[in-house]
Every structure is written in structure tokens, then in C-alpha cells.
Design a protein around this ligand. Structure first.
Ligand SMILES: [Zn+2]
Length: 290
């Protein structure tokens, strides 16, 4: 490969300390993943220090010779500092990053769509911290699509019957079942709430940038989380340490305590935050309450 310097938009999805003062960063760019050495970035006064932080986004200049590139300079346009300052948000952010590392292609074979979706879910996490759980659900639905492991959630995985009255999840077939198929295969299936098919299908079909606030009942949230985890593991082949950590946090109810203290009592503030997320398009309703 010819040596060259190139500039790219990028988001930091992993950083590792290398030696005493260097770091290796993995960046997601609109054309895929790339790794780069950030020399001296761990020194206290390094001009690269801000640009190697997890979830930081900006313009990165990389010198590419043979082997790993070198990060020459970077202009951070969105540091997403808030995501690193709280245990829960940091846990979500690091899980989201691990997922994208597991499924994105290397540069130049990556997809700009995935880059935009990832940027959007990180912004949601920052702007709507009390919707962290539903943002996780949204991101997992999109990741399943990326790896070709997403069924059409309103179509029976066994007989192909299409409606929104599917009643159970079949781990052995990787999708939802209609009532009559469930009757013959109930042993190994998990009963799911009536609203789950439409919720998952909306999240699958609508671009993340166009999805506003997501309000789901606790029942639907739990079912979606369970179904998506099984689908990611069995059909996406994805097993992540950070996922386990996050599951533990969520099941300890610590998350709910955190969320209840973070919730802002002023509803207009909520609305403005939500519209900030969806400013690039029409807000879609993913509400399962009606
Ligand atoms: Zn069926």
C-alpha cells in the first residue's frame, strides 16, 4: 500500500494503552473500522488526549504506511464526556461500542448507514439517559439487521403467516410464532406480549435518525431485551463481556434507581431533548401503549 495521509470522520470505539505513553484506538468511520497508533496520547499534556476517549467523535487525520496507521491529529467535535462520567451510561456506551466492533466491516468496506445509526444511538444515550434501556433495544435490533440475523418481526418464523398477533418467540427457529404454530411447538418457546411484534418491527424498519422518544411498558421492554439477547447470541454469534455486565446492572434494579434520580421533573425539558434527537426527520411513534 502506498503511504498517505487521509482525513476522515470517526468515532472512537475502543482504546488501549500501548507502552508507557501511547494508545491504540479503533475508530468507526463512514467507510468502516480502522485502527491507529496515537503516539504519546497518554501523556498528560498530549494534544491527542481528548481524541482517544471512548465515544469521542470528530475529524481524524491518519497517516497510513504499511501496517497500522498513525493518528496525526484530530479535531473532536463531540466529546460525549457525559457518557464516561456515570457508571451506567459508561456501561451502555462500552457495550454499544463492543457491538459495533463485532459487526462492522474494516475500512473501506464499511457502511455509512451503520456509522450514522451508531452516531444516533450514542446521541440518544447522551440526550435521553432515562431511555438507555430502550436505546439498547433499538441498537440491538439494528445490529441484528447488520449481521443478517433479523427476522421480520410481524411474520411467523415457522409458517410465514404475516400479521401482528404473533404470540411467542422460538429460540430454535429464531423468530416469533403465530398462535397455531405455537400450539404445536409450545414446549421450547417463550410467550411474548401482544405488542412486541409491532414494536420490534417498527424499530427494524424506521431509520434510527427518525425515531423520537420510545415509550414501552415494562413487560414489552423485558420481553424485547430477552428475545434480542437470545437472537444476538444464537443467530448473530455475538457473546460480549460488557453485555453480561450490563445485564447484571439492569437486573439489580440499580439502573431503575439511577433513572429515577436522573429524571427531570420539567416535562418541557424532556420534549426538547427528545426533539433534539429526532430533529433530522419526522418523529415516529414507537409507543406500545395504544
Ligand atoms: Zn405460524
Amino acid at each position: 500500500m502506498e503511504s498517505m495521509l487521509y482525513n476522515t470522520d470517526a468515532i472512537v470505539v475502543r482504546n488501549l494503552t500501548y507502552g508507557e505513553t501511547h494508545a491504540i484506538v479503533n475508530l468507526l468511520t463512514p467507510t468502516g473500522l480502522v485502527a491507529a497508533m496515537a503516539r504519546g496520547a497518554k501523556k498528560p499534556q498530549s494534544r491527542l488526549a481528548a481524541s482517544i476517549q471512548l465515544c469521542a467523535q470528530g475529524k481524524y487525520s491518519i497517516y497510513q504506511n504499511t501496517g497500522m496507521g498513525t493518528l496525526q491529529q484530530a479535531e473532536v467535535t463531540n466529546s460525549r464526556r457525559g457518557l464516561r462520567e456515570h457508571l451506567f451510561l459508561a456501561a451502555y456506551a462500552s457495550y454499544f461500542c463492543e457491538l459495533v466492533l463485532a459487526v462492522a466491516a474494516d475500512r473501506p468496506d464499511g457502511s455509512e448507514g451503520l456509522y450514522r445509526t451508531f452516531e444516533t444511538v450514542l446521541d440518544r444515550l447522551t440526550n435521553l439517559p432515562d431511555e438507555a434501556l430502550t436505546t439498547r433495544i433499538l441498537w440491538e435490533v439494528k445490529v441484528l439487521m447488520q449481521v443478517g440475523a433479523s427476522p421480520q418481526w410481524t411474520k411467523c418464523i415457522h409458517c410465514g403467516h404475516e400479521d401482528n398477533t404473533l404470540v411467542a418467540y422460538s429460540p430454535s427457529e429464531g423468530g416469533l410464532l403465530c398462535e397455531s404454530c405455537f400450539a404445536t411447538k409450545s414446549e421450547h418457546s417463550i410467550v411474548t406480549p401482544a405488542k412486541l411484534p409491532n414494536v420490534l418491527e417498527n424499530l427494524r424498519k424506521v431509520p434510527a435518525q427518525r425515531i423520537g422518544s420510545i415509550r414501552l411498558s415494562e413487560e414489552v421492554t423485558k420481553a424485547a431485551a430477552l428475545v434480542l439477547r437470545m437472537q444476538l447470541q444464537e443467530y448473530g454469534g455475538i457473546h460480549l463481556k460488557s453485555q453480561k455486565f450490563l445485564d447484571d446492572l439492569e437486573s439489580d434494579n440499580l439502573l431503575e434507581e439511577f433513572l429515577s434520580t436522573e429524571k427531570t421533573p420539567v416535562s418541557s425539558d424532556r420534549v426538547s431533548k427528545a426533539s433534539k434527537v429526532s430533529k433530522r426527520g419526522v418523529q415516529e411513534k414507537c409507543d406500545d401503549k395504544n
